[in-house]
Design a protein. Sequence first.
Length: 346
Amino acid sequence: MASNYDNTSNTTGQTTISVDQLISFAYKEAGKLSEELTPEYINAARQALWYILINLSNRGVNLWLLEYIVMGSEAQQRAYTLPVGTVDIREANYRTLTTPSATTDTTQVFNTTTLALSYSIAAGASAAAFFSGSPRFLSAGFYCETPNKTLTVEYSYDNITWASVGTVSNSAVNNWGYLQIDGSPAAGFWRFRNTSASAIVVRSLSLASVQQDIPMARMNRNDYFSLPNKDFLGVRALQFWMDRQVTPEINVWPVPQSAFQVFQFIIELQPQDVGRLTNEVAIPDRWVPAIQGQLSHRLAKLLPGIDPARIQMLKQDAAEATLSAEEEDRDKSPIYFRPNVSYYTR
């Protein structure tokens, strides 16, 4: 029996639309031929496209722009800079880690409770330790005061043959870098290997066998500024206030008393920049018609001599496509309502 798909492409998700294609189609919808486009028109279209993308963050949560991050604390520091492009913190947890002591650790930087003065891992070298009982590690981290450094986390059953579970990097906004380990092997030998061309100086290496996430409560600006002692030190942070400035920060309370507290966030990022004409726009395929419609409408308004009825038609098309995309951009999880009527039933 012949298949109903014999004459189809037999591919899914392979169609790509470049910035240049978006702009060309938008000008055609607005009533201008491709041959008439000047560099001035192209630059105006790229700017209009960026306005449309950046405004998506004002219309609600964009699920494809949510990112999971883990940040480490600094001793007696209450404010932490968030990654570039952060729009909001959607979820925040305090994470407790259980870090078993290493049986053999010549570096003296594995799973310590205080930051070491320094330990240099030379280019191509490793910092290794042995853990008796072969615990399963769920996360790996390192503390380095030089940003954007990367180490490869490896394990071995016999201290001869090594395999990698991934790489871990710190950033310009956080000295700690953490790696989530899924399906960890029960191996006794672990190491952090430096594959870069220069030495990396670390002050701590962390391997956690147990972790527990505890939600942090969000505070508004008034409640945070009403705290009588914003620098009160605690063993774990309970609450946070997000300061939504040009460079957003998070202020935690109580303030970590050590550099070994861990925070787990789901942050919402702004869309990526437009980039070059040959680039694609970093949006899901289901959003392409909405962005295309909005761009066509915006460019029609820029062009002289366009029929107002055409502009109105493009506006309506864009609104319909955007509404469809926004209504479908959901996680489709069930909703439970638990009404509290205790005041009326006591």
